[in-house]
Structure formats: C-alpha cells, structure tokens
Design a binder for this molecule. Structure first.
Ligand code: DQA
Length: 157
C-alpha cells in the first residue's frame, strides 16, 4: 500500500465565482434563468464536488472590483476557476486581465444560451481567458463545468 502525504491527500480547490444579479436567481426572469435559486446552484456544485473529490469555494458578488479581487486571490491558491461573470463577461476588461494574471485554468458558465439572446450578449471578454465555455444548459452547466475542470486538473497532474 502506498502511503500518501498530507499534501497529496489534499483535494484540489476549484473556486466557483458568480457575478452581478445572480443572487436574484429564482426571482429574476424565470422564463430565461429558470426557478433555481443561487442556494440551489451552490447545492448542485457541492454535490458535484463531493462526487469528483474536489473542494470548492462558492461565492457571488454584485461588485466588479470585488470579483476582480476574488479572481486575484485564486493565484497560487486554486487549481481552477469556474466563473459565471454574468453581465461583467460582456463588459469587463479588468476581469479579463485578472483571469489572465492568475495562471490557472478557467471555465466560463452562463445559465442561458447567450448566443440566442440580444447581440450585446454574444461577445464575452472572459471567453478569451477561458479554456472552455458552457452556456444554455441551465444550472446543470455548473456541474458539467466542475466535471470538466476536475478532468483538466487531473490531466495536468
Ligand atoms: C448570464 C447571462 C448574462 O448575459 C447575463 O447578464 C446574466 C446571466 C447567464 O448565466 O445566463 O446576468 O451570465
């Protein structure tokens, strides 16, 4: 039997970040975003993380600066970042710069299919820093993103 050291046994950390107005999930435009609340999304992520044997840190903010600071904190701390930048994905070069600066894999998630919606949602700055983008699969997209991120982390060794 191979003995694992404490460091080897530590589960990789995936930080799950949520941008503005996602605290309104469940109330907000249910025809587009469905009825699940942000707490439900967190539960989806917790269950996926248990299944995948990874640790998660799940957060939401309405502030662009706070989101940038949380991304910066991921450098050297997180093995991967799953981010639903919400509207900041379409507007924030600061968020893109922060994601480039942390040097860890990033997966972008949108609950809705942004490509079937208004033209201003078709472009995302965040996508330039992301190894993959999941959109239009509802809150299940978060579980798919965590699965993909766990695979990427395992591949990277
Ligand atoms: C969103 C899509 C964005 O265009 C929008 O601004 C959001 C939510 C989504 O999850 O579908 O706030 O990121």
């Amino acid at each position: 039997m191979t003995m694992l050291s404490g460091a080897q046994m530590k589960r990789p950390l995936i930080v799950v970040l949520n941008g503005p107005n996602l605290n309104m999930l469940g109330l907000r435009q249910p025809d587009i975003y469905g009825h699940a609340t942000l707490d439900d999304v967190e539960q989806v992520c917790i269950q996926a993380a248990e299944r995948l044997d990874v640790a998660i840190d799940f957060r939401q903010t309405n502030g662009e600066g706070e989101l940038v600071s949380w991304v910066q904190e991921c450098r050297g701390r997180a093995s991967g970042v799953v981010i639903n930048p919400a509207a900041y994905g379409h507007t924030s070069i600061a968020l893109l710069d922060a994601l480039h600066a942390i040097e860890c894999p990033v997966i972008e998630v949108h609950i809705s299919n942004i490509h079937r919606r208004e033209a201003f949602r078709h472009h995302s700055y965040v996508s330039q820093a992301a190894c993959g983008v999941i959109c239009g699969l509802g809150v299940r997209g978060y579980a798919h993103a965590l699965q993909a991120m766990a695979d990427i982390i395992e591949d990277e060794g």
